[in-house]
Write a protein that binds this ligand. Sequence first.
Ligand code: 13P
Length: 250
Amino acid sequence: MRKKIVAGNWKMNTTYEEGEKLIQEIIEKKSAVKNDVTLIVAPPFTHLCCFAEPLCKAGIGIAAQNCANHEAGAYTGEVSAAMLASIDVQYCIIGHSERREYYGETNEILLEKVKIALKHKLTPIFCIGEKLSEREAGKQFEVVNAQLQSVICQLPAADFEKIILAYEPVWAIGTGKTATSAQAQEVHAYLRKVLKDTFGVAADHTPILYGGSCNPTTAPELFGQPDIDGGLIGGASLKAADFISVANAF
Ligand code: 13P
């Protein structure tokens, strides 16, 4: 009933040439992935324009890793949602913990980004998750609830239905320390409940992805959980064989 999605967040990795090679490998291996799994790749901005067409032909979605919180104008170095849409980018990762932490992106800024992305028909992949200190203090539910309330719960119902959510506990990102399937499921079920309280049954259709050291070894158990609808993959998305193997973990 819900879409199964595996999205690769390349972060700031690959030169254009390296990225082109990786894309070719992913496209070649795509036939090994079941039809009911949506594959999405989020390469760096510099690669998007040239990758959009081959990915589209291969039936693979293309995402940006960020977009500006302004429509257009004097914002040196920024890339707008309209620019992304104009080169056929379909999705945009918004609110990744690295953006929140290193670039000071607040919930207010993230709400602006989500609204602008939606306005330009980009599907936001909205990321939330608690830090290690917050998990150790037992505050994970409080933290993710606040992140949802200040951004996603502010949207009109019709926009909410377009959102993909990603739960990425910060302590699990790039650390090799995956959340156990029980820890992840517990939070995913909570998130769905929070969304249901605001948006009703529409929340049953929201894909909620898990991210944080998700790889071919850990994915099968995670993807077997009732409220985990796929993954947002960092490190393991940089090797075509691993990325495809995660996509086949359902
Ligand atoms: P890793 O899979 O490298 O832990 O990264 C997860 C992530 O941040 C995806 O957005």
